[in-house]
Design a protein around this ligand. Structure first.
Ligand code: FAD
Ligand code: EPU
Length: 337
């Protein structure tokens, strides 16, 4: 097990923030976890890192960064309807998507091209284009780093919500996920409810979409509006879409007639943070190297040498103006370290 010291994290976070980690270990298998427990660098201050696509580092990290690189994709069981797949937490999410699309295992295709690793997917219950991880998630394995024991969590245990789970709440920071199991369908089950997907189907004149076509469409839609982190630093949506009561929504609607909204299963109204931010005049606005992306206001970008603090200050200004204009407090989706 190699322990690196004082290394730059710039290439380990998609925002491209240049901070240093005091200690850094790349975890390649579970056995190394036992080694870490008995190592002198194991301390209270540690952070589990996947692909770094949902984090904002605001200062040097004076502790241990555990980068999860546990690999492997395996088929555990199958029958004529379903298949159970297990993947190591360090597997690149898109590699798992490609594996499932190739084998026609339905359920994951709408989550194509989300950056990051398999192990991070349950943390915020990743979602896109009418699908969420919780709908295909079976269970996960990992280590409680405080009690130094292995644990298994099933779907219900994870307390999934919109961009939320138990791992962002009571288990925050000390549960290391090592593998994830998904239950996928072998029968065609396209999810085409999302308007941009339907528009793309019409445009391409497709009748019965194949899993590969859906995945391909999702990739194209995403590429048309999201910045590629390899070119422009970002961590996807900076804030969550606010969920407000129907009452509050009716009040807002009187003043802002074109407000964008979706009714959720639980009855609350979800409104577009991107719309709110755009209406406050931030879309495409730049301060130093930080900006609200010109094609998607909800994505804050780093055009080169922004510091985490500069991104955070920019985000605070955005929050302030949205609060002043609409009375709504935006809540960060990304993890601020
Ligand atoms: P990291 O950023 O490394 O970590 C995120 C959090 O998970 C941290 O708190 C970390 O401690 C924890 N963590 C990571 N791995 C483990 C582990 N093995 N065990 C325990 N904790 C762990 N998200 C969506 O939901 N939908 C989208 O459509 C979407 N689009 C995006 C588009 C772009 C361009 C970008 C840059 C990001 C997007 N995201 C999206 C956000 C991000 O891709 C997801 O949150 C992803 O799951 C993060 O994976 P990661 O491996 O990079 O996690
Ligand atoms: N909008 C604007 N201006 C903008 C951006 C958006 O008015 O600058 C309005 C538009 O009306 C648009 C609507 O907001 O129709 C929704 O925009 P979009 O389809 O781009 O989705 P989003 O709500 O901004 C969410 C997720 C994304 C996910 C997409 C697709 C959150 C916080 N974000 O974005 O996830 O990919 O839907 O399902 O829920 C992420 O979490 O990092 C992420 C990128």
């Amino acid at each position: 097990m190699q322990i690196q010291e004082n290394i730059s994290l710039k290439k380990y976070n998609t925002f491209g923030i240049d901070v240093k980690a005091r200690y850094f270990i790349e975890l390649k298998n579970e056995e190394q976890i036992e080694e870490i427990f008995s190592s002198e660098v194991n301390s209270e201050k540690r952070f589990i890192l996947g692909g770094g696509s949902n984090v904002l580092f605001t200062k040097n990290y004076e502790g241990l960064i555990l980068k999860n690189s546990i690999s492997g994709i395996n088929k555990l069981t199958e029958d004529s309807n379903e298949v159970i797949i297990e993947a190591g937490a360090g597997v690149i999410w898109q590699d798992l998507v490609n594996y499932c699309v190739k084998n026609k295992y339905w359920g994951i295709e709408n989550l194509s091209l989300i950056p990051g690793t398999v192990g991070a997917a349950p943390i915020q219950n990743i979602g896109a284009y009418g699908q969420e991880l919780k709908n295909i998630f079976l269970n996960l394995n990992g280590f409680d780093l405080l009690e130094k024991v292995k644990r298994n969590y099933n779907n219900e245990d994870c307390q999934f919500g919109y961009r939320d789970s138990i791992f962002k709440n009571s288990l925050k920071g000390f549960f290391l996920i090592t593998s994830v199991q998904l239950k996928l369908s072998k029968r065609a089950n396209p999810i085409l409810s999302y308007q941009p997907v339907m528009d793309e189907i019409d445009k391409r004149n497709i009748n019965n979409s194949t899993i590969a076509q859906i995945s391909d469409m999702i990739c194209d839609i995403r590429k048309s509006k999201l910045p590629d982190p390899n070119e422009i630093g970002n961590a996807g949506s900076f804030f969550k879409n606010p969920e407000i009561s129907e009452n509050t929504f009716e009040h807002l609607k009187k003043e802002f007639k074109d407000i964008n909204s979706y009714k959720t299963e639980s009855g609350v109204v979800k409104i577009s943070a991107g719309w709110l931010i755009e209406k406050c005049g931030w879309k495409g606005k730049r301060k130093g190297d930080v900006a609200s992306f010109e094609k998607q206001a909800l994505i804050l970008v780093n055009y080169g040498n922004a510091t985490g603090k500069e991104v955070l200050d920019f985000a605070e200004e955005v929050k302030k103006t949205v609060k002043e204009k609409f009375g709504i407090l935006l809540i960060e989706e990304i993890n601020i370290i």
